[in-house]
Design a protein around this ligand. Sequence first.
Ligand code: HEC
Length: 213
Amino acid sequence: MTHYRHRISCLTLMLVAALGGHAAAAKDAANPAVQAALADSFEARGQAGLDRLKQDTMQRICSEYEGKPVPDDLAKQIIDEASAGVRFPTDGQYFGDWRGGEKIAKTGTGLQSSDDPAIANGGNCYACHQMAAEEMAYGTLAPTLAEYGKLRGNSEPILQYAWTRLWNSHAYNPCSHMPRFGASGILTEAQLKDVMAYLFDPESPVNQPGAAP
Ligand code: HEC
């Protein structure tokens, strides 16, 4: 239970810190009065600077159109920018160690005011996704990733797709609720490779039978 509550609080953190634009209060974030109230209400602490109150273009557009369809030209702009920014593995290798990926998927610390920036961030995947069948506590905000590699295979297009999802999910869904792990510098290239291995390695708990729909 402690674990579970910890994940929930980290989910909130991720939403506020990494996504900003989707938090309910951010809906009117472009309004100068709201900006002033936000600036008055928060103080910079540790690595959590007040720069987090500033929305980028994607966050501004997605806040403005929250609950409504984003106009095609703006959706295309977000998708094009997100796609153009993806950096694929420099050595062409997508996979690290699934054991490292498991730890990252289960760890929600990082980017909070009280976290040591010298310690690697977690990915907190379980806050939103079901993954390995053996893990009982997971969020349901996002689709299940159970048996992901087993069901999708590991062709080059699939690996490119999954890497891009991890790097910047907005390349596929303009107002995605998934953190931009690569683009926002939440996870390093080596960590992303470990997460890829956790998703795709046949030995990984994710690809053991039992949880797929
Ligand atoms: C804050 C919630 C959240 C977190 C944390 C999160 N995701 Fe997601 N993810 C989503 C949502 C929502 C989708 C569905 C597509 C969308 O809305 O963009 C998604 C989609 C995906 C997809 C594409 C699924 C498909 O059908 O191909 C993959 C792969 C994925 N996530 C992997 C991960 C991994 C690995 C982590 C941890 C490093 C993670 N996600 C963390 C919310 C999240």
